[in-house]
Design a protein around this ligand. Structure first.
Ligand code: MG
Ligand code: ZN
Length: 218
């Protein structure tokens, strides 16, 4: 699913240019935006729901959900945070055109942080710049410890890697050292945050990373 081989150069250039415009728009409005990527079931929505609980008193938040059905949108809606469906039309990744139409539905003057939940896929979302500031890549214990080795492009672009579902560590053969080594081989110096959205263990490290990133971006 290497879209770079399917899409011709001018199309990709136009998408990247649009993403740069979106980035400028975010900066003009003092918004810090995060592109959250993972395979299906790694816990993107759960991470966002818990993150909202922790941060909604501190910052004004919004979420863009890249999906074809509004299941996750409805979950986020219940938190009271602004959420918009970026309809992917069945595509396996978000691009800047989908982002642009989603952003139009957000009251952009009223938010500090924006989370974009990309399509569940560890391959092509890495190839499409959306204009966001940071890439958040989630892996989870039940998926196995070899993900950074199998999907190097995704991990290369990560600004932070989250290892979710650490409450499963006793039930699965998962070598944390091997996993972290794989991350650091492809993306040296990338922080790896081990947490569980279920038990809350490690979650404060992620919240600290987010607030520090926001402060640096102001
Ligand atoms: Mg989801
Ligand atoms: Zn794709």
């Amino acid at each position: 699913m290497k879209h770079t081989k399917i899409l011709n150069e001018p199309v990709l250039d136009a998408l990247t240019q649009k993403a740069h415009h979106i980035h400028t728009l975010f900066n003009d409005h003092n918004i810090t935006a995060f592109n959250v990527m993972a395979s299906p079931g790694a816990g993107k929505t759960s991470l966002l729901l818990k993150t909202i609980q922790h941060l909604k008193q501190l910052y004004r938040l919004a979420v863009i959900e890249g999906d074809i059905v509004p299941i996750d949108v409805d979950k986020i809606k219940q938190t009271g945070v602004q959420v918009v469906l970026a309809h992917t039309g069945g595509s396996c990744h978000l691009d800047s055109i989908m982002m642009e139409s989603a952003i139009k539905k957000i009251a952009i003057d009223t938010i500090d942080l924006l989370f974009v939940e990309n399509v569940g896929n560890l391959i092509c979302p890495a190839n499409f710049y959306l204009g966001t500031h940071k890439n958040v890549v989630i892996a989870s214990v039940p998926e196995g410890d070899d993900k950074p080795y199998k999907y190097p492009t995704m991990f290369q672009g990560a600004d932070v890697v989250i290892l979710n579902k650490i409450d499963y560590l006793n039930d699965h053969e998962f070598n944390i050292d091997y996993f972290i080594k794989g991350v650091l081989l492809t993306a040296p110096n990338t922080p790896v945050i081990q947490l569980s959205t279920k038990t809350d263990k490690g979650f404060s490290v992620w919240i600290d990373w987010l607030t520090q990133t926001k402060q640096r971006n102001q």
